[in-house]
Each structure stands twice: as structure tokens, then as C-alpha cells.
Write a protein that binds this ligand. Structure first.
Ligand code: ASP
Length: 463
């Protein structure tokens, strides 16, 4: 690619170059017209003659011109290219822009979010959004390299699959080949990653999309989100905690160097203590809540394995059982508490670990059950019927063929980045998030299917 990033124009003083970008603004001084030309890297000033009069903001243009040093008194310290300007020789309009429906020279918080999402492709031109997306990518690259160096393998798992409950409703996808049957989009790769441990992968990770049909909130994107998912064999809970803490610490140091930790190593707080002392299982432990660069990470451990099942736990069991998993149904009970599974399930501790940051849960995981009998016992306790249990037969069967003890963790990348970037909503770190009402950005899904599509699937919509 020959295109020069506009911030690099400073390297070409005295030379003729071609530059491309959007017109950020135009200042018309009769015989001379100044354009601020913008690309993803920044802005450069272009000096044109009257030929530029018909150019409008957000037009995409190509300029051939000479890079000149500005006289001392005209240097603009506010921009990276402030010591130079481009004297245009030729101007070509590549694409005209109508007046844009939302301003992009502000941080954008003042604009109605629905409008920003409808015109997300314009909203993304905003400096803050480009920066957020760039840092998101840098973070992903860092994570992949770090885990690669630690011997992890990234393995992709199916999106069209069977239910993997994580406490939300499933999104269903009808099958055309087997009319009347449905795939579920994964709420997480939980079962697949455990099956990968049975498969001998030992150190798995995946930066993956998870799908949960749950009510929208500020700290979650509706519908889908990105998870850093990890699973390891032959590990203790501390191994998982140390690996995650090392990874996130280095991530912060390398990609978000302005941030500082309230405390290192991160404190470990038992669930009991958290609830007693902070009345929350995701306490905000910052010393100064006004300091936007303070990061208070803490581990919460020793959760009870079960919580009381309430009506919202419709997806577990028949609704008649008293117990719902505190984390999920694959979490191992504390080995000392196994006898209590029969006697007093609510007293059983689970080998669950959650990571909180500034009052948000940013990761959670556990050591898993790897014994068929215990897994079945947990299914019974959460009220699974015989039929429901059968849906998980593949797990029970897999456990009969030599399964290593294993455990893992997953971190919601969107929420973690939201906290690291100091953003107030996860939607600020996602290119095309769904609106809080569950409509997708720009494309406005969900939409109706045609009669032909429905017929092919054997589906009738009841109005
Ligand atoms: N699958 C879990 C989740 O999505 C994380 C884990 O247990 O590793 O919360």
C-alpha cells in the first residue's frame, strides 16, 4: 500500500507526495482555502487555491502536493503535523459527503446513543472511537502473544451447537435439514473446552464470541460479547489465578501504562468476607474513586457451590429443586465438602474464583468436576430430569475415557476494556454493538423472515 499515514507527512519536507483522507474542516480566505485533512492517524493542513471552494466537510479527497515547513509563528503545537503544511498542486474529489447527521469532532458522549449506533460508521471516525478500537486490537494481540509464549494453543469451537447454560436464555437457530430441531448459540465454550482437556490439549485459550439472551444493562452488550476463555489440565486454583494475574498485569503495563494498581499481588477475599465487609461479591476497592487511572483488582474465592434457586433460574432443572449453581453446573465442590453434597448442599464450598475490578466482575472460573458420579449428583441437585440429564450425556461419557483434572477461567473482554479505558458503557469498546433495546447497530436486526424462508424451516410465526 502506498498511502502515507497523515502524521507521517512530517518525514517528507520539501518532497511532493500524495495524500488521501476526509476533509475535517475548511477555512475559506477568498484566494486561499485551508483544508484540514484527516485520516485514522491524525490531521494535516493543506493549503489550496480557489479550486477547493466546492469541497465540503467529510468529502474524501486525494491531494498531490508539496510538504512545506511552516514559518515559526504559524506552528500549531496542538497537532502532530503542526510544523508543516501541504501546498496542494492537484485536488481530486473521490467521494462527496452529505452533511453528516452527527458531529464527530467531539468525544460524542453528548449525542443520543441510538443516533450514534444508527450511524456507527460515521461515529467510528471520531478520534476516541478509533483509539478505543485500536487499543482493543493491541490488547488482543498482547493476550495472544503472551499465552502463546506460555504454551497455550488457541482452538476454535462451534457457534452452531447445543445449549451450554451459563445462567441466561439461549439464542436458538432453526435447522433446515432437520425440521423442528434447533441449534443453540453457545453462552460460552464451557463444555467444548472441557472436552478439549479430555482431548489432551492441556492448555487452551480462545478469544471467542458468547451469546446470551439476557436483559440489557450498562455493563453488558445485549446478545453477544467477547470472552477470553482459558482452560488448563493438571492445575490448582492458584495456578489459574497466578496465570491470569500475570497476564492482566503485563497487559496493563504494556498497553495501558498510565494505570496503576491499588494493591499487588491482588488481594484474595473469601466470598463470606466480601459479603460481610462490603455487602457485595464484587466490591469496589479503589482508594480514590475519582482517580480514573486506579485499578483495584481482587480475587473472590470460596463461593458456596449452590445458591437458592429462584424463578429466574428457569433454565435449570424442573424449577422444583432448591439449588442453582453459584457459578455453573460444572464447577467442582471443595474436596473436603463432598460428603455434604448429600447432607447439606448449601454448605458445600465450590472451587470457584471470580476476578473483580473497580466493582465489576471481569473474570470468573473454577476447577471442574471430572468425575461422572459427582457431575450426576450435581445435575440431580439442580433438579435436572432424566431427559435433561441426557442432554449432557456426552460429558458423562467423555469422563469415562480418561479425563485429566482441569479448570479454567474466562474474562469478558468488553467489560475489562471498558474499565481499563475508563468508559462508562461496554458499547464504547465494541465496533457495532446492539442497542440497549436489542437492535443491532446500523443494520437494525432482528427483522422479519420471508414466508419462503419460514416454510423451508417448517416454522410458523404466531402473532
Ligand atoms: N464458562 C464460564 C463463563 O462463561 C467461565 C469458566 O468457568 O471458565 O463464565
Amino acid at each position: 500500500m502506498k498511502k502515507i499515514e497523515l502524521v507521517d507527512c512530517v518525514k517528507f519536507v520539501g518532497k511532493e507526495i500524495d495524500v488521501y483522507g476526509w476533509v475535517e474542516s475548511k477555512r475559506d480566505h477568498k484566494k486561499i482555502v485551508f483544508l484540514d485533512l484527516r485520516d485514522r492517524s491524525g490531521i494535516v493542513q493543506v493549503v489550496c487555491d480557489e479550486k477547493a471552494k466546492n469541497i465540503s466537510p467529510e468529502d474524501v479527497i486525494h491531494i498531490k502536493g508539496i510538504v512545506k515547513k511552516r514559518p515559526q509563528h504559524l506552528i500549531n503545537k496542538k497537532i502532530k503535523t503542526g510544523e508543516i503544511e501541504i501546498e496542494a498542486k492537484e485536488i481530486k474529489i473521490l467521494s462527496r459527503s452529505n452533511p453528516i447527521p452527527i458531529p464527530i469532532d467531539t468525544d460524542g458522549y453528548e449525542i443520543k446513543e441510538d443516533l450514534r449506533l444508527k450511524y456507527r460508521y460515521i461515529d467510528i471516525r471520531r478520534k476516541r472511537m478509533i483509539k478505543n478500537l485500536r487499543l482493543r486490537f493491541e490488547a488482543m494481540m498482547f493476550i495472544r502473544n503472551y499465552l502463546h509464549q506460555k504454551g497455550f494453543i488457541e482452538v476454535e469451537t462451534p457457534i452452531l451447537t447445543k445449549t451450554t447454560p451459563e445462567g441466561a436464555r439461549d439464542f436458538l437457530v432453526p435447522s433446515r435439514l432437520q425440521k423442528g430441531k434447533f441449534y443453540a448459540l453457545p453462552q460460552s465454550p464451557q463444555q467444548y473446552k472441557q472436552l478439549l482437556m479430555v482431548g489432551g490439549i492441556e492448555k487452551y485459550f480462545q478469544i471467542t464470541r458468547c451469546f446470551r439472551d439476557e436483559d440489557p444493562r450498562k455493563d453488558r452488550v445485549y446478545g453477544e460479547f467477547t470472552q477470553l476463555d482459558m482452560e488448563m489440565s493438571f492445575v490448582t486454583q492458584n495456578d489459574i489465578i497466578n496465570l491470569t494475574e500475570g497476564l492482566i498485569t503485563e497487559l496493563v503495563k504494556n498497553i495501558f501504562p498510565n494505570k496503576h494498581f491499588t494493591q499487588t499481588p491482588w488481594p484474595k477475599i473469601t466470598h463470606k468476607e466480601a459479603v460481610k465487609k462490603y455487602h457485595s461479591d464484587k466490591p469496589d476497592l479503589r482508594k480514590n474513586k475519582n482517580d480514573k487511572d486506579e485499578l483495584a483488582f481482587a480475587w473472590i474465592i470460596d463461593f458456596p457451590l449452590f445458591v437458592e434457586q429462584n424463578e429466574e433460574d428457569f433454565f435449570y432443572g424442573s424449577g422444583r429443586a432448591k439449588f442453582a449453581p453459584s457459578h455453573h453446573m460444572f464447577t467442582a465442590p471443595h474436596p473436603d465438602d463432598i460428603p455434604l453434597l448429600s447432607k447439606n448442599p448449601m454448605k458445600v464450598r465450590g472451587l470457584q474464583h471470580d476476578l473483580v475490578l473497580n466493582g465489576f466482575e471481569v473474570a470468573g472460573g473454577s476447577i471442574r468436576i471430572h468425575q461422572g458420579e459427582i457431575q450426576e449428583k450435581v445435575f440431580d441437585l439442580i433438579g435436572f430430569s432424566k431427559k435433561q440429564k441426557q442432554e449432557f450425556n456426552h460429558m458423562l461419557e467423555a469422563f469415562t475415557y480418561g479425563v485429566p483434572p482441569h479448570g479454567g477461567i474466562a474474562s469478558g473482554i468488553d467489560r475489562l476494556l471498558m474499565a481499563l479505558l475508563g468508559e462508562k458503557s461496554v458499547r464504547e469498546v465494541v465496533a457495532f454493538p446492539a442497542s440497549s433495546g436489542g437492535r443491532t447497530a446500523v443494520m437494525d436486526a432482528p427483522s422479519e423472515a420471508t414466508k419462503e424462508q419460514l416454510d423451508e424451516l417448517g416454522i410458523k410465526v404466531v402473532k
